[in-house]
Design a protein around this ligand. Structure first.
Ligand SMILES: [Zn+2]
Ligand SMILES: [Zn+2]
Length: 192
């Protein structure tokens, strides 16, 4: 049995979908337009409008991130705990020749109440990373806020063999290590 392709507008039958399509295009053009041509045009127009709305703010935020250096970000202040794009915590413990040097309470807190993006509250060693923008905060950034030298060989004025464990695993390039939520970080310096 041959399948029939019937025109929904005039009831004519055709032997192939192609013949029906040709008939629809020549005899009922506005119907053909609404069915075959208009939807892609409407979708394309919606995409153009959507890209005009969403792309500029995205490019703006990319440009903003590109102009930020770690130096700048550790010197910025939060105005409060609202409107944060990131809020996570790490624990940092520092040992010099086996003796612990406590990361201070209220680190990054100014006398007038303003806070650095990286700060501690009343619990020492508990670092809060709170930022209104998404940014790859590093272990080095914590020491910038703390105001202590930190590089491959030295913490503060103590230099020698410096190792850093994150969740029990030794890491390379500690200064640029990107902090992750609930990291347990241990810095150890052996001066002799
Ligand atoms: Zn916090
Ligand atoms: Zn906080």
């Amino acid at each position: 049995m041959v399948e029939k392709h019937t025109c929904k507008r005039c009831g004519h039958s055709f032997n192939s979908p192609k013949a029906l399509k040709q008939h629809t295009r020549s005899k009922h053009f506005s119907y053909y337009f609404a069915l075959n041509i208009a939807p892609p045009i409407i979708i394309a127009a919606l995409l153009v409008v959507a890209s005009m709305i969403f792309i500029p703010p995205y490019l703006e935020s990319l440009a903003q991130q590109a102009t930020q250096t770690p130096e700048e970000i550790t010197e910025r202040f939060l105005t409060g705990h609202e409107g944060l794009a990131m809020h996570y915590h790490v624990t940092l413990r520092v040992f010099v020749d086996g003796d612990e040097v406590e990361v201070p309470r209220f680190m990054g807190l100014m006398p007038d109440g303003r806070m650095r993006y990286i700060h501690t509250h009343s619990t020492p060693n508990r670092i809060h990373i709170e930022s209104p923008i998404v940014y790859n905060f590093t272990l080095g950034d914590i020491f910038k806020v703390w105001g202590k030298r930190f590089d491959e060989n030295c913490f503060d004025t103590y230099c020698g063999n410096l190792t850093v464990l994150v969740n029990g695993e030794e890491i390379s390039d500690p200064v640029n290590y990107v902090l992750k939520d609930e990291d347990e970080i241990v810095v150890e310096v052996r001066t002799s």
